[in-house]
Ligand binder design. Structure first.
Ligand code: UDP
Ligand code: MG
Length: 309
């Protein structure tokens, strides 16, 4: 008998908890046939609604349902980490509670795992139903990441992924505070099979990710998996030094030929504004890395558990 652990991060998802259970257990016949036992771990990420109560109701009906409740909202990344920590399965799968990660894919995933893959990952091939501005920035982000990071990060990749115990343990080895799971999956490696599916819109409740939250998350992703922005600051410095040198030569020669009429105040202001802008921008980049480093060295716990069932 193999054990499958499903980790479901939930933040204010009371309406989705029972529906998710319903959809998940539709695979029961398949699990039986394959001799797979399962445990369902709902990680309640500090919800303010009745999410925990809904999970408790399910637990009373079915002992294979577990609850891990945080003391406050720590974010989806922390919920994934906590779930992985708690999961005991030979196979571990991470799924959203809003059914945007269809449980109907589980049989296919398991059959690939049985073929010997270490991990089966999913990506959506389109972003139907998403605000166009959000899609645009998401695409830009992935294009940028592909250029500046050595770690493979797939456009449209979801966190919906099944993996072996071995890979889950590898991910748990990465105890960093600023977690960017999509990068961590790529970083640990292992042989991965990619499944593709059409985007499914969330049916109940609303998205927990505002544009601002996503923007901050993308900065987390960049600083966690690339140091190119830091080199960018150095390259800008060199470029401006070269430019300054050329200007000095130009001005000396011009003065020797045409004398020195007093002018150039507006151009001076422009140059000073431009260069101080670039300087502040580069200082900001360094500041971002410093801030992330600061949070890392504090070694705060990634999450705090209030209740476990
Ligand atoms: N989520 C979470 N903590 C958060 C935000 C989201 O656990 O701080 C969960 C949420 O309940 C859902 C999953 O992460 O199960 C994905 O969130 P959502 O569906 O809102 O994101 P989207 O699909 O819009 O990207
Ligand atoms: Mg969703």
């Amino acid at each position: 008998m193999k054990l499958l652990s499903a980790i479901v991060p939930c933040y204010n998802e009371e309406e989705n908890v029972p529906f998710f259970y319903e959809e998940f257990t539709k695979n029961e016949a398949f699990f039986k046939e394959k001799e797979i036992e399962w445990e369902l771990i709902y990680v309640d990420d500090g919800s303010k609604d009745g999410t925990a109560a809904e999970v408790k109701k399910l637990h009373e009906k079915d002992e294979r349902v577990h609850l891990l409740s945080f003391s406050r909202n720590f974010g989806k990344e922390a919920a994934i980490y906590a779930g992985l920590n708690r999961a005991k399965g030979d196979y571990v799968v991470i799924m959203d509670s809003d059914l945007q990660d269809p449980p109907s894919l589980l049989p296919e995933m398991i059959s690939y795992m049985e073929q010997g893959y270490d991990s089966v990952a999913t990506r959506r091939v389109n972003r139907k139903g998403e605000p166009p501005v959000r899609s645009f920035f998401a695409r830009m982000f992935y294009r940028l990441m592909r250029k500046i990071s050595k770690t493979e990060i797939m456009d449209g990749a979801r966190d919906y992924r099944m993996m072996t115990r071995q890979m889950a343990d590898a991910i748990l080895e990465m105890k960093e505070y600023n977690r960017f799971t999509k990068g961590i999956f790529g970083w640990v490696g292992f042989q991965t099979k990619w499944l593709e599916f059409e985007n499914i819109e969330r049916k109940r409740g609303e998205t927990k990710w505002s544009f601002w939250k996503l923007l901050l998350y993308s900065i987390d992703g960049i600083t966690a998996f690339s140091t190119v922005p830091l080199s960018f600051a150095a390259v800008m410095g060199v470029l401006f030094c070269v430019l300054a040198f050329v200007l000095i030569v130009f001005i000396v020669i011009r003065t020797l030929i045409f004398g020195d009429p007093v002018s150039g105040w507006p151009s001076l202001v422009c140059i000073i504004s431009l260069i101080s802008g670039v300087q502040l921008f580069c200082l900001g980049i360094v500041g971002q890395y410093l801030a992330k480093t600061y949070m890392e060295v504090k070694k705060r716990p990634i999450y705090l558990v209030k209740e476990e069932i």
